[in-house]
Design a protein around this ligand. Structure first.
Ligand SMILES: [Zn+2]
Length: 488
């Protein structure tokens, strides 16, 4: 839905073509989007992303990350943009920028970074994409090339309107920056961090960390950042060329201990309280429910919804919180949507939970779909369980869809209800300590390889004495669940 609004803004913008001077390069460039539109669009995208992923805060972490970002933003070519810097609750190691100055770093990135200077390097790079208006110019190019196509997309009603899997389906996030854009963002980031007083080598250190993360699947899912960015080795090589033998210390310093104190106690890896899969069963400890999805289907869990899609992507089951005071109320709202026709009533109870459920049919453009929707009273909220496929496929999928919705149940298993995520624990290292020694002294569900990675040292290397180091504490069972999530 959001995407469609975005695209209409782009199209409206296309009517008012203008060439502007790029704030960073000083070159004239074809940009169809005014700064005001850039800000409005970015804000919309950022709101959608933070709603889908959730904002993470712990102690004063949010304010701290924002202060690091604001200090950098203030010395750029576009200091008066409405800059904001937030940590989103995603275990993947990632960072992204929206036009207009909304910048996100993921929880996974924050737990993997080893100093304030390294965090500044990542944020500086993202700021570079904004100051050089990379997404704006990409959008302008793509608007020119695909305006017709997008118009078609806007006019066609989407399955999404019925609540398809809530992906962070943002047109802005889909934009691919060019290799040149990435190199420019690296250079700008380096310049900004140096200007405010961070040592340049933090940029190379953070690239090295990303390179190592890309070789493993630790700390979250495989990082998306790396799929849209040049390989970390080539960036590292370029940056080394850039920095050369210069060893500018920077008056602020690396700020390793300051940073580690700020992140002590943070959730590490997937937050199992927000839901996890074991086999084909999904457990949500915070919301206290469980549901089985059809075997072999691709699953996705975001804040607004958890769902599964058939391998052919032609059938969907999803669970989301519905508006409405009661199941009947929520069902009423659902069936007043235009194009949705009610079918026969299904069950009024799903494993003990009062429910209003019905088959339905709907037109989604040229496609006729058939489905089953159930509104279930669960605690103080009403959940919407939705399953559908193209009408001709109902005979193929119907029983799997009914089986999935019928498996919804209150979660009562104490083991799962009380599950706790792994957390970072920051500890003082008195003298130089090998990773193996450190792992023995600080029992952790993480192996030596991952402990070395999150501390930015080689597996065969040692932690320097006289400073803080990170370990991770938590239950071995949880560690296994989190590892299984990473493989998915
Ligand atoms: Zn980038």
């Amino acid at each position: 839905m959001q995407t469609r609004i975005l695209l209409s803004i782009v199209l409206v913008a296309a009517l008012a073509c203008a060439c502007v001077t790029n704030p960073v390069t000083g070159k004239r460039q074809l940009v169809l989007i005014s700064e005001q539109q850039e800000i409005a669009m970015g804000r919309q995208g950022a709101e959608e992303a933070s709603a889908a992923l959730g904002v993470y805060d712990h102690g004063g972490l949010g304010a701290y990350v924002n202060s690091v970002g604001q200090r950098l933003a203030a010395i750029t070519e576009r200091p008066s943009l409405p800059w904001s810097f937030q940590v989103v609750d995603d275990a993947a190691v990632n960072a992204f920028a929206f036009p207009g100055g909304a910048i996100f770093v993921t929880r996974g990135l924050v737990t993997h970074v080893n100093s304030e200077a390294e965090l500044a390097a990542v944020i500086g790079h993202e700021i570079g994409h904004v100051t050089a208006r990379h997404s704006v110019s990409q959008m302008s190019k793509q608007t020119l090339a695909t305006a017709g196509l997008q118009l078609g997309m806007i006019l066609r009603p989407k399955l999404r309107d019925l609540g398809q899997i809530g992906q962070v389906g943002l047109a802005l996030l889909m934009l691919k920056y060019s290799r040149d854009d990435e190199n420019q963002a690296d250079e700008l980031g380096l310049r900004y961090m140096q200007h405010v007083g961070y040592p340049e080598r933090a940029m190379a250190d953070v690239m090295r960390m990303l390179e190592r993360v890309s070789g493993t699947s630790s700390g979250g899912r495989l990082p998306d950042w790396l799929s849209t960015h040049p390989s970390p080795e080539s960036r590292l090589r370029r940056i080394r060329g850039e920095i050369g033998d210069r060893t500018v210390a920077g008056r602020l310093g690396i700020r390793h201990d300051v940073y580690l104190r700020k992140i002590d106690g943070m959730v590490y890896g997937a937050d199992v309280r927000q839901g996890f899969f074991k086999g084909r069963t999904f457990y949500h400890p915070d919301m206290a429910f469980r549901i089985d999805f059809p075997a072999g289907w691709a699953t996705s869990n975001t804040r607004p919804a958890v769902g599964a899609q058939s391998p052919n992507q032609d059938a969907v089951v999803m669970v989301a919180v519905a508006g409405g005071r009661s199941p009947a109320d929520a069902a009423q709202t659902f069936f007043t949507q235009s194009g949705v026709q009610r079918g026969r009533s299904w069950r009024d109870d799903i494993n003990g939970a009062p429910a209003v459920s019905r088959e339905f049919a709907a037109a989604a453009g040229e496609v006729q779909i058939s489905g089953l929707v159930a509104f279930v009273k669960h605690g103080n909220s009403v959940l919407r369980l939705l399953a559908y496929t193209a009408t001709p496929r109902w005979s193929q999928y119907g029983s799997a869809l009914e089986g999935s919705i019928g498996s919804f149940a209150r979660l009562t298993d104490r083991r799962y209800l009380s599950v706790q995520p792994m957390r970072l624990k920051v500890t003082n290292v008195a003298g130089a300590t090998s990773i193996d020694q450190f792992a023995r002294r600080q029992p952790s569900p993480l192996d030596a390889r991952e402990l070395a990675l999150i501390n930015g040292v080689e597996e065969t290397g040692a932690l320097p004495g006289g400073q803080l180091a990170k370990t991770v504490v938590g239950d071995e069972v949880v560690a296994e669940i989190v590892r299984a999530l990473q493989v998915k």
